[in-house]
Design a protein around this ligand. Structure first.
Ligand code: 5AD
Ligand code: FES
Length: 345
C-alpha cells in the first residue's frame, strides 16, 4: 500500500493520509507490514531491551472530572486514599531492590499534595536513589510548579493530551478543562527540559479516524520522548459505562505507526492493553512498544486506583508483577532491562 510505503520512507504523513491509513487499518497485511517495520526500528535503537518503570499510584483524590475516568472528583463511590511520604519511600525501596531505576509518581490532581510536598518527595527520592529517574504524572500545573519540581530533580513528566481535536476534547471533559491548557502544559514541560510523555486513548467515545489523525499530527509536532496509548475501557461509575471499549488491533496498529513516526520514542505496552487482551502487552511489544510499567503501589490500595473496570495486576505483589512481566517479555524475544532507560538521542 502506497501510504504504508510513504510512512516508512518519510516517517510522516499528512492528516488526511493518516486518516486514510487508519480507515484501512483492517486491510489484511497492512498491520503486519507496519509491525515489521516498527520492530525493526525498535531493535535498531533499543536492541532487545524493554525498559521497566515502577508505577507508584500515590493518591486517587482528583479535583478534575474527566468523563471517562473512574477516579474523577464526581465519583462518590470511589474509595479515596493517599499514600504517606513514608509509604511512597517504602515503594521506592522495594522497587529499587527489585531492579527498578525509574519511579513514576502518578496520581489524580490532588490539592492536598501541594507543590512543596511534591518537590520534597522528588528531592528525597533523588537523594536516596541518585541513579534513578523520577517521573511525575500529576496533571496540569502552572509553569512555576513544573519549574519547582524540575529544580527538585524530576526528570520526566507524563501528561496525555487525550485527544488533539478541540471539539472531541470538549466531549470527554467538563467545560472547566481545555485542550489549549493541556497543550500549553506539554510545551511548558518541554521548555523546562523534562523528557515529556503525551498520548491518548484509542476508541474513546465519538473518536473518529480523523481525530486519531490529528493526534498523530500533534505528536509529530510536539516530538515527545514518550507516548502512552491504550484502549479506552468503560468504567461502571461514569457516563460512558455502556460505551464499547477501544479495539486492541487498532491500538497495536497505532503503536506501530507511532514507532515509525517517532522512531526513538519510549512507547509503553500499557496496562489497559493488557486488560483488554491477556496477551495485549506481548502483542504491544511485537507492534513496536519498548516499555512496561508494572505497579509498585501497595496491594491494599491497588484496586482503588480504578481508572477503568477490570484493571489487571491489582492483586499482585510488586515482585510477582515483575516476575510475570519478565516471562512475558522473554516470550517475545526481548529482555527486561534494569536501568533508567532514557530515550536514545
Ligand atoms: N480507559 C482507558 N484509559 C483511561 N484513562 C483514564 N480513564 C481511562 C479509561 N476509562 C487514561 C487516561 C489518563 C491515564 C492516566 O489513564 O488517558 O491520561
Ligand atoms: Fe502484574 Fe503480570 S504484570 S501480574
Amino acid at each position: 500500500m502506497e501510504l504504508v510505503q510513504k510512512l516508512i520512507e518519510t516517517h510522516d504523513l499528512t492528516k488526511d493520509e493518516f486518516a486514510e491509513l487508519i480507515r484501512a487499518s483492517e486491510d489484511p497485511g497492512t498491520a503486519g507490514l507496519l509491525g515489521e517495520e516498527a520492530v525493526k526500528l525498535r531493535k535498531q535503537y533499543y536492541g532487545d531491551k524493554v525498559f521497566t518503570r515502577g508505577l507508584i499510584e500515590f493518591t486517587n483524590y482528583c479535583k478534575n472530572n474527566c468523563y471517562y475516568c473512574g477516579i474523577r472528583a464526581g465519583n462518590k463511590n470511589a474509595d479515596r486514599y493517599r499514600l504517606t511520604k513514608e509509604e511512597i519511600l517504602e515503594c521506592c525501596s522495594q522497587g529499587y531492590a527489585l531492579g527498578y531505576r525509574t519511579f513514576v509518581l502518578q496520581g489524580g490532581e490532588d490539592p492536598w499534595y501541594t507543590d512543596e510536598k511534591i518537590a520534597d518527595l522528588v528531592r528525597t527520592i533523588k537523594s536516596g536513589y541518585p541513579d534513578c529517574a523520577v517521573t511525575l504524572s500529576i496533571g496540569e500545573k502552572p509553569y512555576e510548579s513544573y519549574r519547582l519540581f524540575r529544580e527538585a530533580g524530576a526528570d520526566r513528566y507524563l501528561l496525555r493530551h487525550e485527544t488533539a481535536n478541540e471539539e472531541h476534547y470538549g466531549m470527554l471533559h467538563p467545560a472547566s478543562m481545555s485542550l489549549k491548557v493541556r497543550k500549553q502544559c506539554l510545551y511548558d514541560l518541554k521548555e523546562l527540559g523534562y523528557q515529556v510523555g503525551a498520548g491518548f486513548m484509542v476508541g474513546s467515545p465519538w473518536q473518529t479516524p480523523e481525530h486519531i489523525a490529528e493526534d498523530l499530527v500533534f505528536l509529530k509536532e510536539l516530538q515527545p520522548q514518550m507516548v502512552g496509548i491504550g484502549p479506552f475501557i468503560p468504567h461502571h461509575d461514569t457516563r460512558f459505562a455502556e460505551e464499547p471499549a477501544g479495539s486492541v488491533p487498532l491500538t497495536l496498529f497505532l503503536l506501530s505507526v507511532i514507532r515509525i513516526l517517532l522512531p526513538k520514542v519510549l512507547l509503553p505496552a500499557t496496562t489497559a492493553l493488557g486488560t483488554m487482551d491477556p496477551l495485549g502487552r506481548e502483542k504491544g511489544l511485537l507492534a513496536g512498544a519498548n516499555v512496561v510499567m508494572p505497579n509498585l503501589s501497595p496491594v491494599r490500595t491497588r484496586k482503588k486506583y480504578e481508572l477503568y473496570d477490570n484493571k489487571i495486576c491489582t492483586g499482585e505483589e510488586s515482585a510477582q508483577c515483575l516476575g510475570c512481566l519478565e516471562r512475558r517479555v522473554k516470550s517475545v524475544g526481548c529482555v527486561l532491562a534494569k536501568e533508567r532507560g532514557d530515550a536514545v538521542q
